[in-house]
Design a protein around this ligand. Structure first.
Ligand code: PHE
Length: 421
C-alpha cells in the first residue's frame, strides 16, 4: 500500500535541497574552466542572460509540472498530456537519464573519497604526480569505497524527503558555502592571484562564437539540474500553499553565485601556481582538472604555508567538492525512487532497496571501466576510439540524451501545457 507522499518542511527546505542538487561538479569545476577558456567576463554575461531568460522560465515550468500533478516525471508527463504515449515516453527518458547519470556520478564521487583519504594520510605529493590518477582509478579497493558510499546514500534516501534529503542539505549547503568563501579568501591572499581575477573578470569578446554561446547554454542547463526530471520531482514535494517563483529565484541565484565564487577560487589559484599560465592549457576536461591538476596547485602552496598547510587546503577543497557531489547525487537517485513509489506503488523502503540493487548492478561495471577489468575498459569502440563502459554511459546519457530531455520539457510546456490553459 502506498504511504503518504513526502514533502519539504518549508520553502527554505525546498530551496536548500534544490540548491543542493544544482550545486555540484558543474559549478565548482566545469564553470570556472569554461569561463576562463571562453573569454572570462564575456562568457559570464552570456551565461547570466541565459539563466535569467531561458533557464529561469524552464525551472518554473518543471517545478510547476511537479507541484501541479504531485507526481514523478513519468506520471507528470502522462497526466498533463492526458496519457499521450509519446509524452509518456518523454517522461520515461526523464527517469532513465538521471538513472544512468547517477552511475558515472557515483564513480567520480568514489574517487573524491579516495582523494580525501589519501591527502589525510599525507600523500598530497603522490597525488600531484600525473600518473597517480590512472593508478587510483584502477585499484580493486575502490569496491569497498563504492559499497560504503552506496550505503551512505541509500541510508540518507531511506530517511525520506524531509528526514533524509532536506536534512542533508540543511547541514551540507551552509557548510559548503562557508568553506568556499574561506578558501577563496585564502587563495586571494597569494601572490599573483590578481592576475587570475583580472583574467576572469575582464571581458574578452574576441573569443565569442557560436560554440561558446552553445556551451554557455548547456552549462546553464546542467548547472541548474534542468532537463532531468529533478525539479519536476522536487516540485511535487513543494507545499501547495507556498509561492514557487520566489523560491525558484533563490535557487537560481544561489547556484549562479556559487559558480561565480568557484571561479574566484580556482582561477587565482591557477595563476598563483604558475603566473605564466596559458589558458589554452586549461582545456583539460573537468575531471582531469580536479584529479590531476588541482593537487599540483595545492602542493605548490607549500612554499607559502608548508606541506601540512597545503594538505589542509587540499582536504578542504576535496571535501567541499565531495559535499557538492553528494547532495547532487542524492537528488539524481531520488528521481527513479519517486517513480517506483508512484508508478509501482511501492513503499519508500522497497523503492529505495530496488534502486540500490539497480544502481549497484550498473555501478560495478562502471567502476571496473578504468583498468580493473579489461573487458569493461575496452568495452566498445566508436568514432575510431576504444571506449569503456563508463565512457559509453557518459557519452550517451550525459552528452546526448540530457540536452534532449531538457529540450523536450520546453516543447512539452509550450505545446501541451500552455495551450490547454
Ligand atoms: N547540477 C549539478 C552540477 O552543477 C549536476 C547535476 C546534474 C546534478 C544532474 C543533478 C543532476 O554539477
Amino acid at each position: 500500500m502506498a504511504e503518504a507522499r513526502g514533502q519539504f518542511s518549508s520553502k527554505l527546505g525546498f530551496i536548500l535541497a534544490a540548491a543542493g542538487s544544482a550545486v555540484g561538479l558543474g559549478n565548482i569545476v566545469a564553470f570556472p574552466v569554461m569561463a576562463s577558456k571562453n573569454g572570462g567576463a564575456a562568457f559570464l554575461i552570456i551565461y547570466l542572460l541565459f539563466i535569467a531568460f531561458i533557464c529561469y522560465p524552464v525551472m518554473l515550468a518543471e517545478i510547476s509540472m511537479g507541484r501541479h500533478t504531485n507526481r514523478n516525471p513519468v506520471g507528470a508527463f502522462s497526466e498533463l498530456s492526458a496519457g499521450h504515449p509519446g509524452w509518456r515516453l518523454a517522461g520515461i527518458l526523464a527517469i532513465l537519464t538521471p538513472f544512468m547519470i547517477a552511475v558515472f556520478y557515483t564513480v567520480i564521487t568514489v574517487w573524491l573519497v579516495v582523494y580525501v583519504k589519501e591527502i589525510a594520510f599525507g600523500r598530497l605529493d603522490l597525488l600531484s604526480n600525473e600518473s597517480t590518477f590512472g593508478e587510483v582509478v584502477a585499484r580493486p579497493s575502490l569496491f569497498g569505497y563504492l559499497l560504503g558510499l552506496l550505503g551512505l546514500i541509500f541510508t540518507i534516501l531511506l530517511g525520506g524527503v524531509k528526514g533524509g534529503i532536506e536534512r542533508l542539505a540543511r547541514v551540507l549547503m551552509p557548510t559548503l558555502a562557508v568553506m568556499l568563501v574561506a578558501l577563496t579568501l585564502f587563495v586571494l591572499t597569494l601572490d599573483n592571484a590578481v592576475a587570475g581575477i583580472r583574467y576572469y573578470l575582464v571581458p574578452d569578446f574576441s573569443r565569442m562564437d557560436l560554440s561558446v554561446i552553445n556551451g554557455a547554454l548547456s552549462q546553464a542547463f546542467f548547472s541548474l539540474s534542468l532537463g532531468m526530471g529533478i525539479l519536476i520531482t522536487y516540485g511535487s514535494y513543494f507545499s501547495q500553499q507556498d509561492s514557487i517563483s520566489q523560491s525558484t529565484r533563490m535557487v537560481a541565484v544561489a547556484d549562479t553565485s556559487i559558480a561565480i565564487f568557484a571561479g574566484l577560487l580556482i582561477l587565482p589559484a591557477i595563476f598563483a601556481f604558475d603566473p605564466n599560465t596559458n589558458t589554452e592549457d586549461l582545456s583539460t576536461s573537468s575531471v582531469g582538472l580536479i584529479f590531476s591538476f588541482l593537487p599540483q596547485i595545492f602542493l605548490s602552496m607549500q612554499s607559502a604555508v608548508g606541506y601540512f598547510g597545503a594538505s589542509v587546503v587540499a582536504i578542504s577543497f576535496f571535501s567541499l567538492v565531495f559535499f557538492a557531489a553528494l547532495t547532487s547525487l542524492v537528488s539524481i537517485i531520488e528521481i527513479p525512487i519517486s517513480c517506483w513509489i508512484d508508478e509501482l506503488k511501492l513503499t519508500r523502503r522497497k523503492a529505495v532497496l530496488l534502486q540500490a540493487v539497480l544502481l549497484s548492478i550498473f555501478s560495478i561495471p562502471a567502476i571496473m571501466s578504468l583498468g580493473i577489468s579489461d573487458y569493461f575498459t575496452n568495452f566498445t569502440s566508436y568514432g575510431g576510439v576504444t571506449k569503456s563502459f563508463f565512457d559509453l554511459v557518459s557519452d550517451v546519457f550525459y552528452e546526448t540524451i540530457l540536452p534532449l530531455v531538457g529540450f523536450t520539457v520546453c516543447i512539452f510546456c509550450v505545446s501541451v501545457l500552455f495551450r490547454r490553459e
